[in-house]
Design a protein. Structure first.
Length: 495
């Protein structure tokens, strides 16, 4: 008969073990060490591997299997991962990855993720040390961006969610806390403003919030890719004259297409003049403020009311680690805090604690994202991260110069930070624009470098976002050489 210590009762008969812990901890320890060694080997030898390669059909077929009912040995499960998942990742950890905007992660961050998984903490609230780690990150971000002591913050999945939460804060500030229960009325209609280059998550946030994407005014940009300040002021005045209610300006600290940084000082002035919430989407570039060579580009960011950014991009923290910094944390409570019997608080004990993240954002069940961020900042220090960002920008400027020296290539946008957009035009300037998409596809298939495709003023562009701390000059050279070689192929030119 099972003892009470085994979870049994006096009337229990023999029954199966229900714990999922191993019977043989030593065997598990050996297997765990092998799994860790395999990942370290993978990271150490990244340069010997392709950036990306397509997964073969047999590997894909393995993941169309029936739901497992009986157990499988952990070593066999790991082998399936090692052979059929690990070689076919998205490639963003590789030095030749230049697509979209994705950080490369670090070994320290990976190890911290393992520790966080073992602890399995829920950071919705209550009184435990993982909460204090997140609060430490909030204090550090205040310091990084020169925010006041009233500022609050929160980890989220990424800047897409952080931008959405910021919109809800702005809505609550304009309409008051009652809007949470009453919803939106049709009149007066809320309207917000951002540049035409704003990230696609912003109009989606307007849709999800109920404000509606039609109420986002997308203001033209100037030749530097920044929001046109005069056009913005005219749009606000038109909306006021039409009886609408402007409530939000969104500035970009690094637009997704070209890395342009809006005039944040001017946007603060307009927000003050019209009583608008001033939010900055800094997903791509905001952490560049850690770099002495780049910090001046972000003048005015310290004045914004809220700031979305990603530690998992230029901060090199493993995915996911988005963050929202808010000038006054009471705005967060006004927007999200609510009563629930099952979340009763106590003066002491586990149900104590004076800061529950569920009062400051949308999530109750939250992972320990703060730990891998804390490990990254503590292990490397912000100077090393800033130096890595500076190196990325040096490579980007060098790439731009090389493009301008090549008759077959044309630079399509100014290089403000670490993004370079260009096109293959051919030696005589008559290559069809659509050849750029084919060049990118072939580069991906070859596995040496992986830029992405975008469009600049309607023209297809090869976009190199240099975000990875591992990227070196040889990777830039491989990109240019690959584009020129592929562009000279007649079969691609005739696509």
């Amino acid at each position: 008969m099972l003892s009470l210590q085994d979870g049994g009762s006096p009337w229990d008969g023999p029954r199966q073990r229900t714990s999922l812990d191993p019977d043989d901890w030593q065997s598990l320890r050996k297997q765990g060490h092998q799994m860790l060694d395999d990942m370290l080997d993978h990271l150490e030898r990244l340069s010997e591997k392709p950036v990306w390669q397509p997964a073969p059909s047999p590997a894909r077929a393995l993941f169309d299997a029936p739901l497992p009912v009986e157990p499988t040995d952990l070593a066999d499960v790991h082998a399936m991962f090692r052979d059929n998942v690990l070689p076919y990742g998205s490639g963003n950890i590789h030095s030749g990855f230049m697509g979209w905007v994705q950080g490369g992660g670090t070994v320290a961050g990976m190890l911290a993720e393992m520790l966080a998984g073992g602890l399995n903490a829920n950071l919705g609230g209550r009184d435990h040390m993982p909460i204090e780690v997140e609060r430490q990150i909030i204090r550090w971000t205040r310091q990084i961006f020169s925010f006041p002591d009233t500022a609050g913050g929160l980890f989220l999945t990424g800047a897409s969610q952080a931008n959405f939460v910021a919109l809800l804060l702005a809505r609550s500030r304009k309409l008051g806390a009652n809007a949470r229960a009453e919803g939106l009325s049709n009149e007066p209609r809320l309207v917000g403003y951002a540049s035409s280059e704003v990230h696609g998550c912003v109009p989606r946030a307007f849709e999800m919030s109920g404000v509606g994407s039609d109420q986002l005014r997308r203001i033209p940009v100037n030749t530097a890719g920044q929001i046109d300040i005069a056009a913005l002021e005219r749009a606000i005045m038109r909306d006021k004259e039409a009886g609408h209610t402007p409530f939000l300006i969104i500035g970009s600290a690094g637009t997704v297409n070209t890395g342009a940084i809006d005039d944040l000082i001017a946007l603060r002035g307009i927000a003050d003049a019209h009583d608008l919430h001033f939010h900055v989407d800094g997903a791509l570039g905001a952490l560049g403020i850690l770099c002495d060579d780049l910090a001046h580009l972000f003048a005015g960011i310290e004045t914004c009311d809220s700031l979305a950014f990603d530690f998992h991009k230029w901060g090199q923290v493993p995915y996911d680690a988005g963050f929202l910094l808010v000038r006054d944390s009471t705005w967060q409570r006004q927007t999200f805090a609510s009563e629930a019997a099952y979340l009763s608080r106590a003066a002491s004990g586990l149900a104590g604690g004076d800061w529950w993240p569920c009062d400051y954002g949308p999530d109750l069940s939250r992972g320990f994202r703060a730990l891998k961020t804390w490990f990254t900042l503590k292990t490397y220090g912000v100077k090393a991260l800033g130096d890595s960002m500076a190196a990325n920008c040096v490579l980007a400027r060098g790439l731009a110069r090389r493009i301008e020296q090549e008759p077959a290539l044309r630079l399509l946008a100014p290089v403000a930070l670490n993004i370079v957009c260009f096109t293959y035009v051919g030696p005589d300037g008559d290559a069809p624009p659509q050849v750029n998409a084919r060049i990118i596809e072939h580069l991906h298939a070859e596995g040496r470098v992986a830029p992405s495709l975008t469009h600049i003023k309607g023209q297809p562009a090869i976009r190199a976002a240099i975000v990875n701390h591992r990227t070196r000059q040889m990777d830039i050279d491989a990109l240019i050489d690959g584009v020129l070689k592929l562009g000279s192929r007649q079969d691609l030119l005739q696509c």
